[in-house]
Structure formats: structure tokens, C-alpha cells
Design a protein around this ligand. Structure first.
Ligand SMILES: [Zn+2]
Ligand SMILES: [Zn+2]
Length: 391
């Protein structure tokens, strides 16, 4: 059996260089011209056929030498609107943008996976499809690539994804069965009232009063209508309106997020927030609407596939510390793929030694680049084995 791990470790310097080049020039959202061109260039340099199926979304296909199925490996490459304070010598050169979610690590390690699998493609049963997507942080990139046909021609039989875990050291790897990440719904409530002088509230329909009632009713709904043992994070994170001591404003905007592992709870809560919003508004003579601005489904790790991965990792060449009950209270738009084909998402430790509190979406977050070759090899190893077993 091939040792992808040793081969990948020999690429450490190359993978770190690729990661740093991406890290220095972080791009946010759906438009990543520099990052996309750089990833394309690296793939071409290594003889891997790739194409842009959307402006900043890359698809590549490695056709194996033997017949079999098709497995997709997904990576993302977008950054965050976050000022970097990591102190790294290769820190962001773009003001107000940084790779605080480690998608530079994903984009680079997936190039490593493609290099490894391309080298041994004669031994692959079936084919491996790759995607490098934009817009994960806004839950738009996976959807756009699905609409552009990433799931077809050839159609997929399984999928893998990997995210860095900045809070755990190298050697920790989680991919537990069943619901692995929460779904996410980011919503906007718009309340329209009628302003007046602060001294004559009777002449107004005060939208701030409506906002307070809605805020409280949403909190009460969570406590009174949902079982306390259900994980459900509901946070209203922004209420914006008004600018003065004595002017009642016309309108209010409230922004919130909702996270759960349970799709039924998700649907129930969305319906209830809408009812609460519109009915409280009308009770107080105002108007209000609810808009789900962006969402991602929960990622469910396919139980049989997780059992297979456990077996495949026995001869990977490295032992991992794994918690079979691990759940991630975050969301990822890989959920749009995982709800369609059997999938596994990995969460791989990469907290550098000697670093204290370290977590994703933090300006000071740092990553151990030794995780790059491990990630490259892990995905190559699991993909190769799964395709061999399912040929
Ligand atoms: Zn993120
Ligand atoms: Zn992320």
C-alpha cells in the first residue's frame, strides 16, 4: 500500500509556500480573482486539468486507471472581513481582510491531495472530482457551484470535506457519525412604524417598542416551546435604529442567527419567528417582515461511511485522537452537498505547540502548517480506499 503520508510530508515546504501565498492576499465573498488564478496556476503546473465553472469556483477531475465510482473532495478559499493580528511574517497584505477561518489551509492542502492522487491515478478505481469554492462564509459558494453543475457529469457517489480546528493540536481528528455541524439561518427582521417627536409618543407608531416585544417573544418561544435538551442557539446580534435622544424613528432592523442540528426544529423556529414578527407588529399597528438572508443545512456524516473511514485509517501511518460523540456548533455550506450524497466532514487539529487560546474567526488565530501534508494525505488516502472498496 502507498504511504501518502510520507509523500505528503516531503511536500511540506511546497504546501506551506502555497498556503502563505494565498494567506497574504485574502479575498472575501464570491469574487476571488487573485486566489482563483493562483490555485489554477498551481494545478496547471502539476499537470492537473481544472476549469472555472463559476467566476471564482474551480472544478478538477482526476480520471482513474480502473473503472469505478466518483467521489468529490471539496475545499473552500474565501477569507473573512477581519483585521489580522496574528503577527505572522506572511500576514494579510489587504486591509480589513484575513484568513481567520483557515480556508487558505484548505485550499493549499487540497492542492496537495490533487498532486498525490494525480501521481497515482493509474491505481484509482473510478474518479476523484475536486472543487475549490468561493463564498463559504456567506453560504453562497457551494450553492452557486451546485447550480453550475459540480454534482453532475460525472454525477457523485460520495463526498469528503475537511476543516481546520484551530483549538486542538495536531493529532486530533473528529468526524463523528450523524449530525456533525449545525444548520445556520441568518435572518433580518424589518419593522416599519411611524416616527414623531420624543415628547409626543402618542403621535408615533414606535418601531423600537415593537422590536423589544419581538425580541422578548423570540426568547420566550425558545424557552417555552422547544425542549431544553435540544441544542438551539438563537441570537439577535444587531438592532439598529434611531440616532437621537428625542426623535422616535420610523423603522428598525434586527439581525439574528439560529443554529440547530435538527431540521424539524429549524423549520418550526423559522415559522414561529415569522408569526411572532408579523403578529406582534400588527398588534402594535406597525408592519414587519422576516427575511432569511443566508442559510446552510446541517452536515450529517454518513454513519456507514464513518465506519469505513475508521477502518481505512488503520493503515494511514498516524494515529489520531478522535471523539466519537464530537459535534461542531458551527455551520458550513458543505451541507448542501452532504444532504445529497453520502459524505464525511473532518475537523483536523492544527493548533501550534505553545500557543494558548486559539480559535477560528479570531484576529490572532494561528495555524500549524504541519497539518497541511497530514490533511492532503488523509483525503487522498480515504478517497483512494473508498473508491477501491466501492468499485
Ligand atoms: Zn468561517
Ligand atoms: Zn470555515
Amino acid at each position: 500500500m502507498l504511504s501518502f503520508l510520507n509523500e505528503a510530508k516531503a511536500m511540506q515546504e511546497k504546501l506551506s509556500w502555497i498556503r502563505r501565498e494565498i494567506h497574504k492576499k485574502p479575498e472575501v465573498g464570491m469574487d476571488l480573482p487573485i486566489t482563483t488564478a493562483f490555485v489554477m496556476e498551481q494545478l496547471e503546473k502539476h499537470g492537473i486539468k481544472a476549469e472555472r465553472i463559476i467566476e471564482s469556483g474551480i472544478s478538477a477531475l482526476i480520471e482513474g486507471g480502473k473503472p469505478g465510482k466518483t467521489l468529490l473532495i471539496r475545499g473552500d478559499m474565501d477569507a473573512l472581513p477581519l483585521v489580522e493580528e496574528s503577527g505572522e511574517e506572511f500576514a494579510s497584505e489587504f486591509e480589513g481582510k484575513s484568513h481567520g477561518c483557515g480556508h487558505d489551509m484548505h485550499a493549499a492542502s487540497l492542492i496537495g491531495t490533487a498532486i498525490l492522487l494525480n501521481k497515482y491515478k493509474d491505481q484509482i478505481h473510478g474518479r476523484v472530482k475536486f472543487m475549490w469554492q468561493p463564498g463559504e462564509e456567506i453560504f453562497a459558494g457551494a450553492k452557486a457551484m451546485i447550480e453550475a453543475g459540480i454534482m453532475e457529469n460525472p454525477s457523485l457517489d460520495a463526498a469528503l470535506d475537511l476543516h481546520v480546528d484551530a483549538s486542538s493540536p495536531i493529532g486530533v481528528l473528529n468526524y463523528s457519525k450523524g449530525p456533525f455541524t449545525t444548520s445556520a439561518d441568518n435572518y433580518l427582521i424589518k419593522i416599519k412604524g411611524s416616527g414623531s417627536h420624543g415628547s409626543t409618543p402618542e403621535n408615533s407608531i414606535d418601531p423600537l417598542n415593537v422590536a423589544v416585544q419581538i425580541y422578548n417573544a423570540i426568547g420566550a418561544m425558545r424557552v417555552r416551546e422547544i425542549k431544553s435538551s435540544e441544542f438551539l442557539a438563537m441570537s439577535i446580534c444587531s438592532i439598529s435604529s434611531g440616532s437621537s435622544f428625542n426623535i422616535i424613528p420610523d423603522s428598525v432592523e434586527m439581525r439574528g442567527t439560529m443554529r440547530t442540528y435538527n431540521p424539524e426544529i429549524r423549520d418550526y423556529v423559522v415559522r414561529r419567528i415569522e408569526e411572532i414578527t408579523t403578529q406582534i407588529a400588527s398588534l402594535y399597528r406597525a408592519e414587519a417582515s422576516l427575511e432569511i438572508v443566508s442559510s446552510a443545512p446541517t452536515i450529517v456524516n454518513n454513519p456507514e461511511m464513518v465506519d469505513k473511514v475508521n477502518a481505512y485509517l488503520e493503515d494511514f501511518g498516524m494515529d489520531f485522537e478522535t471523539d466519537p460523540n464530537y459535534r461542531l456548533s458551527a455551520s458550513d455550506d458543505f451541507g448542501y452537498i452532504a444532504r445529497t450524497v453520502p459524505s464525511v466532514m473532518f475537523f483536523i487539529g492544527c493548533k501550534p505547540e505553545g500557543v494558548g487560546r486559539n480559535f477560528l474567526h479570531n484576529p490572532k488565530v494561528v495555524f500549524d502548517e504541519a497539518a497541511l501534508p497530514i490533511s492532503s494525505a488523509l483525503l487522498a488516502h480515504v478517497a483512494m480506499k473508498w473508491l477501491e472498496e466501492h468499485a
